[in-house]
Design a protein. Structure first.
Length: 219
């Protein structure tokens, strides 16, 4: 049977160099997004998604990101997680209007092994859309300063930091606000589970509009 008849993930694994027996047997050498692709070249692999998108964002308007902090910020990570377990993949935006947020797609076949359940991922993606909408109203979901070290306690942010008016010196546009929230999730939940999420923005043709995509990588 030829390699071409296998699914893209099997072809990805078969294309990897022979394993180095001096390394742990569970380490795979997946290509890095920033090393192997440009914004014009989408990741070549897509996991099996469950579409958990809400039909309307209106019921979410009462909620504020990080208030209370997500449970996964304080729940211990699984004891053993493989490094570079999957190639990078994308989570697309709902539309070219950034405040519409991102499609709530859960890659159940890989995230469960990293200790990220459906509720964690749904809240993360929904909160990105909420953060973008709050920013458009001059409010911040994360406060005026972004933490630079992991914050693992239950009381991560004082209540006054949630949905507060920007300090003028630290004002952020919606994309910057979403990146700040992603950074907090990376530091507090994802990176210790060997996953990193990043926001990529690119122009759409000559229309002046921009496309927004989340890229998920295995560390």
């Amino acid at each position: 049977m030829s390699h071409e008849s296998f699914d893209p993930y099997i072809r990805f694994l078969l294309a990897q160099p022979p394993a180095d027996t001096s390394l742990a047997a569970d380490v795979l050498t997946a290509p890095r997004w920033h090393e192997s692709s440009s914004l014009d070249d989408p990741p070549p692999w897509e996991p099996q998604f469950e579409d958990l998108s809400s039909p309307s964002p209106l019921p979410l308007l009462h909620r504020r990101p990080l208030d209370p902090p997500p449970p996964c910020f304080s729940i211990p990570s699984p004891l053993r997680i493989r490094s570079h377990q999957f190639p990078p993949f994308r989570i697309p935006a709902v539309s070219d209007k950034f405040t519409d947020g991102f499609r709530v797609l859960y890659p159940h076949n890989i995230f469960e092994r990293h200790g990220i359940n459906r509720a964690d991922w749904v809240r993360f993606l929904e909160d990105l859309g909420i953060a973008a909408r709050l920013s458009g109203e001059g409010l911040s979901a994360v406060g005026s300063r972004v933490p630079v070290t992991p914050l693992l306690a239950h009381r991560i942010f004082p209540s006054r930091a949630i949905g507060t008016v920007y300090d003028s010196h630290f004002a952020r546009n919606p994309a910057e606000e979403v990146r700040a929230l992603i950074q907090i999730w990376n530091q507090c939940a994802f990176e210790r589970r060997k996953i990193r999420v990043s926001l990529h923005v690119q122009p759409i043709g000559t229309s002046g509009k921009k496309g927004y995509t989340l890229v998920v990588e295995s560390l």
